[in-house]
Write a protein of this length. Structure first.
Length: 364
């Protein structure tokens, strides 16, 4: 019975620690460990007083172990679906180890079956645990976090199916029969192939998303770029939503680069971007159009007086930037000033250069 207890404790410890390295905990390690220790003690007591602890308790403990779903749901910051997926994934690892160990022992003539099973199980875990835990922490966790809802559902169904398959082999197939070994090998191949396929699909989607982000964002300022601007304007027009366009050009920006260096010029651009983002807030979006030119799409309903007030706020906040030389701003409105992205941008651009030109004339 002692080996049976060791066997169950080993499985529970591996499963809980495996879950712990994947899931995001809400509380300190001390609280988590105290609660899990209490649940584990209760689980062992249930197994002992129910039917005693023997060689059949190993698989039964894996099934009863799903009682942990209740405390783990409160201990970790995860949705129930994600937690269930993680638990079944972790439990599958130990049920595979247990199934293989029983299969190997069935081919050995021994009087102390549970002791040999425990030894083999410990050996298999020792050999594979570093690889499995590293894979779980670096790949499985990333895939689960980045996967779409459909892929998460598929991953959950896959995990349940694989887990059920190994439990079925362990419970309903005689380890002394050849079919036990054949089914175990087939299930292991299916497990590796299925997870590899899903992970490769998710990784491809992650790479595609990253590529899109790079394509749609300005690398220096982090705001959306010109390509993204035209797409967003087209979307607003196609949905027949009223919006306004602010076209901004930094005054005498070339002198900043010439006098202080391009590095200072880049900082200047990033600080101005910060002013725009903080001023526009949730009223719209900020885009770097080209060089020292920026565009703001104002998607909230603004009239000309509101836009003028917004322009004044931008200019006022921009004065806080070191060495600031000023900014010229022009605006246009959809549909009054154009029915396409080009028309609206040209209208705002002309209004901006008109103000810049009149200001230069006044200086003369």
């Amino acid at each position: 019975m002692l080996y049976a207890i060791f066997n169950i404790v080993e499985i529970l410890f591996v499963n809980l620690f495996h879950t712990h390295i994947i899931a995001r905990k809400k509380y300190s390690n001390q609280i988590v460990l105290a609660i899990l220790f209490t649940v584990s003690f209760a689980l062992l007591a249930i197994l002992y007083f129910a039917n005693g602890i023997n060689e059949e308790s190993t698989v039964r403990s894996v099934l009863v172990g799903f009682i942990y779903l209740v405390p783990l749901y409160f201990l970790y910051d995860l949705s129930f679906k994600k937690l269930l997926t993680i638990m079944i994934y972790c439990w599958t690892y130990t049920i595979i180890i247990s199934t293989v160990a029983y299969g190997v022992v069935s081919m050995i003539d021994t009087s102390n079956t549970i002791a040999v099973i425990f030894s083999l199980q410990s050996l298999f875990i020792l050999v594979s645990i570093i690889f499995v835990f590293t894979f779980s922490k670096k790949i499985f966790k990333k895939v689960l976090d980045k996967a779409s809802d459909i892929t998460q559902n598929l991953l959950l169904v896959l995990s349940i199916s694989i887990f059920s398959g190994f439990v079925g082999i362990r419970y309903f197939v005689d380890p002394n029969e050849t079919i036990y070994l054949v089914l175990t090998v087939i299930m292991i191949v299916i497990t590796i192939t299925s997870y590899a396929l899903i992970f490769s699909i998710v990784q491809a989607n992650i790479n595609l998303t990253s590529t899109k982000k790079i394509a749609y964002k300005d690398s220096l300022t982090g705001v959306k770029n010109r390509y993204s601007l035209f797409q967003d304007i087209d979307d607003l027009i196609s949905n027949d939503k009223s919006f306004s366009v602010l076209f901004l050009d930094l005054d005498d920006f070339k002198s900043i680069n010439d006098k202080y260096s391009h590095m200072i010029g880049d900082i200047y651009l990033m600080e101005f971007t910060g002013v725009l983002v903080n001023t526009i807030k949730d009223n719209g979006s900020v885009y770097r159009f080209a060089g020292d030119e920026f565009v703001c799409l104002i998607t909230k309903k603004y009239d000309s007086s509101n836009i003028k007030e917004l322009e004044l706020n931008i200019k006022q906040e921009s004065k806080k930037i070191d060495k600031f030389n000023g900014v010229s701003i022009g605006s246009s409105f959809f549909p009054e000033n154009g029915l396409s992205a080009d028309e609206l941008l040209n209208s705002a651009d002309k209004a901006m250069y008109g103000k810049k030109k009149s200001r230069k004339i006044r200086r003369i």
